[in-house]
Design a protein around this ligand. Sequence first.
Ligand code: AP5
Length: 213
Amino acid sequence: MILVLVGPPGAGKGTQAKLLCARFGIPQISTGDMLREAKRSGTLEKRYLDIMDSGGLLPDEAVIGLIARRTVEPDCSNGFLLDGFPRTVPQADALDELLASQGGTWIDAVIQLDVARPLLEERLIHRRTDKRSGQIYHLVYNPPPPGAELEHRADDRPEAVAKRLDAYEAMTAALLPFYEQKKLLHRVDGVGKPEDVTHRVLSAIGRPGSGGE
Ligand code: AP5
């Protein structure tokens, strides 16, 4: 099964990705997480680091290469969930070519999480992530346990948040008609308890009560 999660920053892609991957037993492939890991290990080029921290989108070729290398790893043989990729039509075209070259696999569903902008800003500014486990928290709705080693993302500062939301509206908006035309797009309300959102996603993709692939 190949799933794609799209939606603006803060829509809950990372949160839903973890819940859906646990259900279907497939790996989560998040370009944002891969880039942050490269940043931590000091292997991310300085020009990309600056773009990321300020809330801009990296050039398509930088992320397409990451996906091409990751999707041929053995744990992807039964499928995977893409979180934050593709974000542009050229990235979506590259993904189609990649899947065709990998033996003709295909995307099962593209899920768009809908959340209104004021709520997105509120979610991002209060987000904290556990450095060790990668678990995502919200200081108000889902507070971290005592002792968690918390990280506040550089791009969750208010000015970077505004830029990321604008970049989503400007660039990613073209992606939705692309998948709508292919009849792959499922729009899901991303507001409510994370588990309720997961149920909505499963119903939307025709897998209610799904326990595995
Ligand atoms: P990336 O890491 O992909 O960031 P993003 O798309 O901006 O999305 P976020 O991770 O901010 O939000 P999310 O939707 O995952 O929400 P989350 O579950 O954490 O990308 C970062 C950067 O990398 C980009 O800006 C760009 O520079 C670069 N990049 C990555 N991919 C790229 C690509 N393909 N092309 C070019 N550049 C690329 O939730 C957010 C908060 O809300 C949390 O606090 C969470 O606890 C809370 N929350 C979640 N669900 C709920 C709920 N149902 N109710 C209440 N609170 C909730």
